[in-house]
Design a protein around this ligand. Structure first.
Ligand code: SF4
Length: 347
């Protein structure tokens, strides 16, 4: 059976007029109808090679001037700000869905670059052969969202209990993975024996493993390859070790990003208050994109990042001092226990 939000043949909702599957005629028609004076096109790192051809295509098809944002875009959280593209009245963001509770700073079209490639029967056979548990939570990157229905249907036919969770207002779709928010998975965690991530790379399996204490399998729908569960104990153990090294830090930097979808100033102020109550110094440091070079040479012992939680979790080795997430910071202050480990969900 399929539990929770999505039936087997129900397509993922795409009623949002800002959302497009690919760079196709629908997008071109919508851009023409919007009659922009200037467009800013922002692409994720994986599409940089195609960025100039895409800009030329949009320019040719719509007749509007197109500028390219040089900064890679990691999510709908860091779409070009007004300062970055002051003359653009339309942004086109490739590779991401909108974040429903983050307001656009200008008219913005999201091109999710969806792909329905993937043989669901072969995928299900692979899961069967590997003995993946039958009560299975499904989590999918937005590019492969169209596989949720067919894969759920195929797995259900084979006796799986497919669990698809609907997350909070930061997620546009049931089953959706966002690197900072796995609340959809969390809603079905109690019932699920394991989770299956459908997509490529280790970014989401790692995030999901931090967020839910269940085995996380990962299948690449195009290659058909299945990765065994991430070693959650070792991921969490490394973070707990880092928390321990920061316990005696006296002078803290609290990093706040000014990107529209990464800004958590109220959290930063609350952390500053907690630090001071515990006799620590804590300075708020403002930036848009957090860059290790901006932190070199500062007289600080450790940092807590209130921006994208994956900066601390995935990139902390790049920083000159320990960098913790907000829950880890509270662990270091002794205000939260080390167990159970708490993922820094960005709501
Ligand atoms: S905050 Fe980080 S994980 Fe979340 S959408 Fe932005 S870049 Fe992705």
């Amino acid at each position: 059976m399929i539990d929770e939000a999505v039936g087997p043949s129900e397509p993922a909702p795409t009623a949002d007029p800002r959302v497009f599957s690919t760079v196709g005629p629908e997008l071109v028609d919508a851009v023409r109808a919007a009659r922009p004076r200037r467009i800013v096109l922002q692409v994720p790192a994986g599409l940089v090679r195609d960025a100039h051809d895409l800009a030329a295509h949009l320019r040719r098809e719509t007749g509007a001037p197109v500028d390219l944002g040089a900064r890679a875009c990691f999510g709908a959280c860091d779409a070009p700000s007004r300062d970055e593209a002051p003359r653009a009245d339309l942004a086109i963001v490739l590779g991401h869905s909108p974040i429903p509770n983050v307001a656009d700073v200008r008219t913005t079209f999201y091109v999710e670059m969806r792909s329905s490639r993937g043989d669901v029967r072969a995928m299900a056979e692979t899961l069967d052969a590997a003995g993946v548990p039958k009560r299975l939570g499904l989590v999918v990157s937005v590019q492969h969202m169209d596989l949720v229905g067919p894969l759920s249907e195929e797995l259900t036919r084979r006796g799986y209990d497919v669990l698809v969770g609907r997350g909070d207002r930061r997620l546009a779709y049931p089953a959706q993975a966002l690197g900072c928010n796995y609340t959809g998975a969390e809603t079905v965690r109690e019932t699920a024996e394991a989770f299956l991530f459908v997509g490529t790379g280790r970014f989401h399996p790692i995030g999901l493993a931090f967020a839910v204490d269940r085995p996380v399998w990962a299948i690449d729908p195009v290659q058909g390859s299945l990765e065994p569960p991430i070693d959650r104990a070792s991921l969490v153990g490394r973070r707990q070790l880092l928390v321990a090294t920061a316990r005696d830090a006296r002078r803290w930097g609290i990093l706040v990003s000014t990107f529209a979808g990464q800004m958590r100033m109220p959290t930063a102020l609350a952390l500053q208050e907690r630090a001071r109550a515990r006799g620590r110094e804590a300075e708020i440091i403002l930036t848009d994109r957090i860059d290790p070079r901006d932190l070199v040479g500062r007289d600080l012992d450790a940092y807590v990042s209130t921006a994208c939680p994956r900066i601390a979790l995935d990139d902390s080795a790049n920083y000159p001092r320990p960098m913790l997430t907000p829950p880890e910071f509270l662990m270091a202050l002794g205000e939260l226990p080390l167990e159970p480990y708490r993922f820094d969900t960005f709501h």
